[in-house]
Ligand binder design. Structure first.
Ligand SMILES: Cc1cc2nc3c(=O)[nH]c(=O)nc-3n(C[C@H](O)[C@H](O)[C@H](O)COP(=O)(O)OP(=O)(O)OC[C@H]3O[C@@H](n4cnc5c(N)ncnc54)[C@H](O)[C@@H]3O)c2cc1C
Length: 405
């Protein structure tokens, strides 16, 4: 097992008792990550979406990591999930983004809100790796404020007909099915979630966004829907209850981003300290120059800052899953916003420091730290921007009446 990953597992043992089965799942995650490193590197250099990654994940049987065993998943809890996220973050945020959109945003929404029939038709197949899923909330004019979304649905016979567009959708052009959020034409205050098959007439991939500043191995697509028909049995959750579905997914998503960012920091620490030990300038290892030591020390501190809020949020999520105590939902929303904000900032700063330790080679996509540098920027934007996280955190402390967004 990768050394720093087994060290993380040992650290978590101070606050959590792993079962034998959970340790075996983490070994699976590690084996998959080993194989993904090479594949991600190849595709990154070609600046192309890594369509082999889902196949590798399927081969290792990890696509349904947190899905109930009843639907073919591994049934892992949030602590196992954040450790897996940490390991994937070391591999790179491209794979983490694919995995998070497929599982944390889409599959987990179906597990939580889906009917038995929807779980058989979508969750089981996504878990087996037979379909890929995406989550479509953001629109050209609705990002931080998803309540302003404009995509519309109206009832026609036994179907709903959807018209509109979605922007920046991870897995958007490779997905076989996705969750689409839309507003009722008849009752505009109602937003609903729909399970949409992407091979249906009226589902269009307008653009695969290649002109990104990183995250090349992850698919990001702009989509539009023209008279897209969705059968009524594909409403996810209750009609009009779409935002409950969205917020529960975003909560999973934020914890997922926090864990992946923790992994990025950890890889920056591993890579920068190895480089500091090996690279000789002015007749000695650069790690013996004190200013390089400052970078190493700061990245090490970032790792501690990133991981503990993430682990503690995972423990609270386990408690919530056991008790369903509704008071915990607010706490989880607060903690996942903090974990996401702290870890994404830590990842971005650590990647910057690691590039500095590497010098010129760091400013190249051939170096892992160069790739982390390009990729980590988006973690301060997707699943809620830095600013929205700050406002959410402050609102939790000050009270509802201080909501500023
Ligand atoms: C690579 C990538 C993948 C993505 N994947 C998905 C996906 O799979 N599914 C999906 O639905 N979306 C996805 N997104 C979209 C992402 O969630 C949004 O980009 C994000 O929520 C921000 O929205 P926006 O880009 O419209 O920015 P805007 O909302 O326009 O924000 C612009 C700036 O204004 C600030 N701002 C906005 N409101 C306030 C306020 N009230 N107070 C202070 N500052 C404010 C923001 O913080 C930001 O700095 C993805 C985005 C990217 C880049």
């Amino acid at each position: 097992m990768e050394k720093s990953f087994s060290e993380s597992i040992e650290t978590v043992k101070t606050i959590y008792d792993f079962s034998k089965e959970e340790l075996q799942i983490l070994e699976k995650i590690d084996a998959a990550s080993e194989e993904l490193v090479v594949s991600e590197f190849d595709h990154y250099l070609k600046r192309e979406v890594n369509e082999d990654a889902p196949k590798i994940a399927k081969k290792h049987g990890i696509l349904g990591l947190t899905v109930d065993k009843k639907y073919g998943g591994l049934g892992a809890n949030p602590m196992i999930s954040v450790l897996a996220g940490e390991r994937f973050g070391q591999v790179g945020l491209g794979f983490s983004t694919f995995f998070g959109a497929n599982l944390g945003l889409a599959q987990m929404a179906i597990q939580m809100w889906g009917s038995d029939d929807q779980k058989e038709r979508y969750l089981r197949r996504a878990t087996a790796g037979d379909i890929i899923m995406a989550f479509g909330l953001t629109e050209p004019e609705a990002g931080s404020d998803p309540m302003s979304l404009k995509t519309q649905y109206e009832k026609k016979g036994n179907n709903f007909v959807i018209n509109g567009s979605k922007y920046f959708i991870s897995n958007g052009s490779i997905a076989n099915a996705m969750i689409v959020f839309a507003r009722s034409k008849e009752t505009p205050t109602e937003i609903s979630a729909f399970l949409v098959d992407t091979n249906k007439n009226g589902f269009n991939v307008d653009m695969r966004l290649k002109e990104k500043i990183g995250l090349f191995t992850s698919d990001t697509a702009m989509l539009s829907f023209k008279d897209l028909e969705v059968p009524e049995e594909n409403v996810l959750g209750t009609l009009g209850g779409g935002m409950y579905v969205a917020y529960s997914s975003i909560l999973n998503g934020r914890l997922g981003v926090a864990s992946a960012c923790t992994g990025v920091v950890q890889d920056c620490l591993n890579q920068a300290s190895a480089r500091a030990r090996e690279r000789i300038q002015f007749g000695k290892e650069i790690g013996k120059h004190q200013l390089i030591q400052e970078h190493i020390a700061e990245i090490a501190q970032n790792f501690e800052k990133a991981r503990w809020p993430t682990y503690i949020t995972a423990l609270r999520a386990i408690e919530y899953n056991k008790t369903q105590n509704s008071d915990l939902v607010r706490e989880l929303s607060h903690r996942s916003a903090m974990a996401k904000k702290i870890a994404s900032r830590a990842a971005w700063e650590s990647a910057d420091r690691a590039v500095q330790v590497f010098g010129g080679f760091g400013y190249s996509l051939l170096s892992p730290v160069g790739r982390h540098y390009c990729d980590s920027r988006v973690t301060r934007i997707y699943e809620g921007t830095d600013e929205i996280m700050e406002l959410k955190i402050a609102q939790h402390i000050l009270g509802k009446e201080f909501r500023a967004f």
